[in-house]
Design a protein around this ligand. Sequence first.
Ligand code: AMP
Length: 506
Amino acid sequence: MNIGRFLQRSAESRPEDLAVRHGTRRWLDYAGLAERVGRTAACLAKVHDVRPGDRVMIVMQNDPEFLPVFWAALWCGASVVPLNAKLHRNEIAALIGQADPRLLVFNEGTADTAKAALGLADRSADLGIAAGTLAGRCRGYPPLPAPVEREPDDIAWLFFTSGTTGTPKGALLSHRNLDLMASSFIEEVLPLDSRDTLLHAAPMSHGSGMYMIPWVAAGAAQLVPLSGRFDEPEIIDLCAQSRRLSFFAAPTMIQRLIRTAIERDRTEDLRAGLRCIVYGGGPMLLESAKAAAEILPGRLAQIYGQGECPMTITRLPPGDFDPKARDFERRLASVGKPFRRVSVRIDAPNGEGIGEILVKSPLVMRGYADDPEATARTVERGWLRTGDVGCIDDGGYLHLSDRAKDLIISGGTNIYPREVEDVLVRHESVCEVAVLGRASDEWGEDVVACLSLNRGHSLEIEALDALCKDNLAGFKRPKAYFVLPELPKNAYGKIDKKALAGTVRA
Ligand code: AMP
């Protein structure tokens, strides 16, 4: 078994169908992509000595060349290690040390950082190659006709988690894990066929790249925007010019996109060719989800997952975003119901109430790379400890409160920041909000709120406090407010509470 077969099969059954678009230009059809991948795989094996089981690190900004590199590494039996292109060279150096790749592929935008990182990690510069050089070099090699056979438990992707709770850990994802991720998505979130297109609006190193797999399995196309990044007007243009376009986005990206569409009077253009925005990776506050569902009815889906159980713990499919659906608000406030292949349990007395979310599934990773202790702490008797805290309602919907470590303990009482954030965001002045704990001699921790404000508004502490008073127990009300032009985000678009901790301490 090798998930590279998905590409081989799509190329055999629909060779002339579009596989990759760059902006509005056709880049490669399926026959062309499979040939490029076969040649690149031959070149990786013959010139760069990449063997089955080796690791190929990919440090590239979104670029169509990402596709041949990614699939060629799998095709020759190696595992891929994509890294976020926005990481600092010191961070990349540390991950090179952890992953020990056979080869590192970079592109124009990351060349300097990647080369510097190889030096910092004490690796030879020969270990790095530009995707463009590889594309030229592979022309001289007859294509490897089929993917190298692998076992279902062999590792396909070494996935570095985004490190919101500490240093990134490398989750070992097998061919079986990714095969099941792709079928679960197609069966339970969005049925796909060759008419569909996946737009890479978010980093291909993470969720967006992971969704390449179901789209390739369905013989559907990929679209890489010319800018290679998340540019709202460009995405609206692409939606206006396309059909059945879907993409993965962090919740903060959806808010930015909708704000731009409204400001420029382009909501019709955004809706025109958009099939679905699949969001996840961080919390979407209820008010924001409602506003998004109003502008994009039936065109949203949510997934809850993590690197350790890739993109597949619970889901809210597009049908759940119909404002007329029963329990609409309750559904939107949740992260949905478990996928069919996933069991979810709450680590609380009798499994009731709020507690850590545990997951058992054939989708759970094989473990963390070279870290048996962290693996044993995280996967206990087959149950993955997600580190997220939540509860299941009587309709079977999972509600996420917070990351266990984001919990605020004030005067011995647990406070879930999410609950306070959900209230504050309802105020018209609030654009983004993050609630966190600040060390306090008296209470252990105080609740404080960091906000960015909508244009033309100023901080109205009294009004915000009154809103909290009307909706929350007194001890949950923020003791202080901090206004920033924009809340800091990590490389994946998630609000970076670690960075905010410095702001509220200062
Ligand atoms: P990563 O493994 O780096 O992708 O991060 C996974 C973490 O992101 C999860 O453990 C959750 O804390 C958070 N997350 C993922 N999906 C959602 C979602 N739909 N809603 C809220 N938080 C989410």
